[in-house]
Ligand binder design. Structure first.
Ligand SMILES: C[S@@+](CC[C@H](N)C(=O)[O-])C[C@H]1O[C@@H](n2cnc3c(N)ncnc32)[C@H](O)[C@@H]1O
Length: 280
């Protein structure tokens, strides 16, 4: 995350340790610690060879991978900048002065950090556009939402800013949860969004909500689709899959309960908007 004196991301120095038990890391240049597959990946604004040596000595950890790349490379070659999905306008913190007080625009301030959900991946953009559309046509009937795999929290923020007032946002990555909580605070949405660190594999949360958003991956979506407790929401926005995965996913949908309202696409990515025909 961005903490003073940093106001943007430039170079990223990435160190992947072979274990997570590496002790406390307090360093002014630390961006965050990503835990994955029992390894710890530390992101810094500056080169940290000396600190890395100290961590290895004190914890017995080894470095399995290190890299220095610029932020644009991390973000798939894209420049993370201000964009609009009307009426939402989303600005990374380093461009927040572009957020003006125009009545027709609803601003979102975002620290995208190194977490999925800057708004520049086609699936995030498709989901945000679909949330905006569904809120435009059902403004009073969608008041609660769950966001499965929230990343930076951007989809939850978009929904909250459009009037969804009870949102639970889940992610299994503690770093993503910290970034999402920061973004919730930056946008004064604490009363409407609760970020919960949860591994959704085998721990499906309560889905009795108006809207369920899941921008995830095929394996987890298939697990959800086979679980009757997944199908309690009124509307579903499902994304994170490509055409080659669509057939298997479609076959797993309980179509006796659902209407496939829309299929959307962007580049090689797909999204479905589903309505539950049983829950009113
Ligand atoms: C494709 S990203 C979507 C992020 C954001 N919702 C968006 O649309 O940009 C998927 C997110 O799901 C999270 N995730 C993956 N597997 C998960 C699991 N088993 N439980 C909870 N979250 C998970 C990842 O950490 C990641 O932040």
């Amino acid at each position: 995350m961005l903490t003073p004196p940093y106001t943007r991301y430039d170079q990223l120095y990435v160190y992947n340790f072979d274990k997570i038990d590496i002790g406390q890391v307090d360093d002014p240049d630390l961006i965050g610690i990503w835990i994955e597959d029992d390894t710890a990946i530390l992101f810094f604004h500056k080169e940290k060879q000396e600190l890395v040596k100290k961590i290895c000595t004190r914890s017995g950890a080894k470095i399995i991978y290190e890299a220095n790349l610029n932020y644009q490379d991390w973000e798939a070659g894209l420049d993370i900048t201000t964009f609009s999905v009307p009426p939402l306008i989303v600005a990374p913190l380093w461009e927040e002065d572009l957020l003006t007080e125009k009545e027709e625009e609803i601003p979102i301030r975002l620290d995208p950090s190194v977490i999925f959900g800057s708004g520049f991946h086609p699936t995030t953009r498709l989901c945000l556009q679909t949330i905006t559309d569904i809120m435009g046509s059902n403004p009073d009937s969608i008041k609660s939402m769950v966001d499965l795999g929230t990343g930076t929290g951007l989809l939850s923020l978009g929904a909250a800013k459009l009037g969804v007032n009870q949102i639970r946002s889940y992610d299994n990555n503690p770093f993503a949860c910290s970034v999402a909580r920061k973004n919730v605070a930056l946008n004064s949405c604490e009363d409407h969004i609760t970020v919960l660190e949860t591994d959704l594999r085998g721990a499906l949360p309560d889905t009795h909500v108006d809207l369920l958003v899941a921008n995830l991956y095929k394996g987890l979506l298939l697990d959800f689709f086979g679980n009757p407790d997944f199908w309690n929401a009124k509307y579903y926005i499902i994304s994170g899959f490509t055409p080659s995965m669509e057939e298997d996913l479609l076959a797993a949908l309980p179509m006796d309960k659902l209407k496939l309202l829309e299929r959307r696409k962007s580049e090689t990515w797909r999204l479905w908007l589903l309505a539950n025909s049983i829950v009113k």
